[in-house]
Design a protein around this ligand. Structure first.
Ligand code: SF4
Length: 75
């Protein structure tokens, strides 16, 4: 499994994560920040567990993020 975590409040809505993994990231029309699809919020940190095949794309999303608020790790 792969764990993805996003500290959403610091998102600047740049879209770089969406370009890397558009099935997992979506810019919200409501506030312009990016939403982690199926992420569960715990004190501002959104977390989701996904299959291993999403690892590379989301690692690229984390690398793309200019404010470094995405963490991706195999667990
Ligand atoms: S790459 Fe980072 S700052 Fe840019 S939209 Fe995604 S989470 Fe937000």
């Amino acid at each position: 499994m792969v764990q993805i975590i996003q500290q959403r409040e610091k998102c600047i809505g740049c879209n770089a994560c969406v370009e890397a993994a558009d099935y997992r990231w979506r810019v919200s029309r409501r506030d312009g920040k990016c939403t982690l699809v199926n992420g569960v919020n715990k004190r501002g940190f959104y977390r989701v567990l996904v299959d291993d095949h999403e690892y590379e794309d989301n690692l690229q999303a984390a690398r793309n993020c200019p404010v470094r608020i995405i963490q991706v790790q195999k667990i």
